[in-house]
Design a protein around this ligand. Structure first.
Ligand SMILES: Nc1ncnc2c1ncn2[C@@H]1O[C@H](COP(=O)(O)OP(=O)(O)OP(=O)(O)O)[C@@H](O)[C@H]1O
Ligand SMILES: [Mg+2]
Length: 344
């Protein structure tokens, strides 16, 4: 009698397709970034990431407000269930040589040894893992601002995945994805994309590979001028984010309105309400919120000023009955938006 086949234990889904989709739904219009990053996460999940180095090291370049930090937040959300589940080092706080002690702690016997809690400890790195993933995300924001001694320390981290602290213990980065973000070359990129600064001037060919390649080469040039070759060589991928086009901004508007609705639901619970945007209102928000200088940051600010704050004023006055819809339309006379309650 043949023995029945042993059932294959169902495994938790860790398909790269899933991950790619989940990331792309959170970070709009930057497909190259996601396709570069996902294989490294898969290598880690499969247990095949090489020993003795971080799981992956990425340098994210490109204009402000295009989704660099958002990418790491999205990954944190997908892997650990919270956008904040990452360790972030603001390199702007480490511009002076002596400030590097804040990162690794002062050696015993040195002034400040007891007071300076190092920022980068094994405990802190482990604290940003979760039940669903043991991969830590470490973000060095605005790396171009770091003092040379910090870049030297980083060299060891990128190369050997270890960092020796002031107290002589060491931190292991073999289960860490490292992201470095920088605005290097961003100004030259902005000039290339939009020489006279207007939205309409945004290069129509940007989505095509020619425009993207040119931005990449601007980024690379700036990186090579700023960092030593041994530093650049230890980076797995330099990813250049493109300015967001109209289609991307349209999707981001949907995302941000959905996020505002979730926020209203979470905060106001049974007093919450829906928001309905007319096409006219969408147009106003997109016109005001699109900026080649600040990317989607401007849209976020515009929604806050033109929608969230007037809504808050209405709620505070008691002008929004529970469970109603607030219709947001373009003002018929004058500029801006008009908010009306629909309680049918
Ligand atoms: N590609 C995108 N998809 C979805 N939302 C985006 C995207 N880019 C920017 N945003 C929105 O704009 C906000 C700011 O973007 P983000 O923090 O990623 O900018 P950045 O590229 O890191 O810029 P900076 O160089 O100034 O740090 C995000 O919180 C998000 O709401
Ligand atoms: Mg950022």
């Amino acid at each position: 009698m043949r023995t029945p086949p042993i059932p294959i234990r169902p495994r938790r889904s860790s398909g790269g397709g899933d991950l790619l989709e989940q990331l792309q739904s959170r970070v709009v219009g930057q497909p190259q970034a996601m396709t570069e990053i996902v294989p490294y996460v898969q290598m880690h999940r499969a247990g095949l990431a090489p020993d003795g180095r971080p799981v992956g090291v990425f340098l994210l370049l490109g204009p402000t407000g295009t989704g660099k930090t958002r990418t790491v937040e999205a990954l944190a959300d997908v892997l650990h269930g919270s956008e904040r589940h990452m360790l972030k080092v603001d390199c702007g706080e480490f511009q002076m040589e002596h400030e590097v002690a804040k990162l690794i702690g002062a050696p015993p016997g040195y002034l400040g040894h007891r007071e300076t809690q190092p920022l980068l400890t094994q405990q802190k790195l482990n604290a940003v893992t979760s039940e669903s993933s043991n991969l830590s995300l470490l973000l060095f924001d605005e790396i171009e601002k770091a003092a040379p001694s910090m870049t030297r320390l980083l060299l060891g981290v990128l190369d050997k995945a270890t960092l020796r602290l002031g107290d002589n213990t060491s931190v292991n980065f073999e289960r860490t994805l490292i992201f470095l973000t920088s605005n290097l070359g961003a100004e030259a990129m902005r000039k290339y994309v939009s020489p006279d600064f207007g939205f309409e001037a945004m290069s129509p060919g940007l989505g095509q590979s020619g425009g993207a390649k040119k931005l990449q080469s601007i980024g690379w040039g700036a990186v090579k001028r700023r960092f030593a070759p041994e530093f650049v060589n230890r980076i797995d991928a330099v990813i250049t984010y493109s300015p967001l086009d109209k289609t991307a901004m349209d999707l981001i508007l949907d995302q941000q309105i959905a996020a505002l609705e979730r926020h209203i639901q979470d905060r106001l619970e049974d007093k919450s309400f829906d928001i309905e945007l007319t096409n006219g209102a969408r147009k106003v928000l997109l016109e005001r919120g699109t900026s080649s200088e600040f990317g989607a940051r401007e849209l976020k600010r515009t929604i806050l000023r033109m929608l969230t704050q007037p809504l808050a004023a209405m709620v505070e006055r008691g002008g929004v009955p529970d469970g109603c819809s607030v219709i947001v339309d373009r003002k018929r006379s004058g500029e801006g938006l008009e908010l009306m309650v629909d309680d049918d």
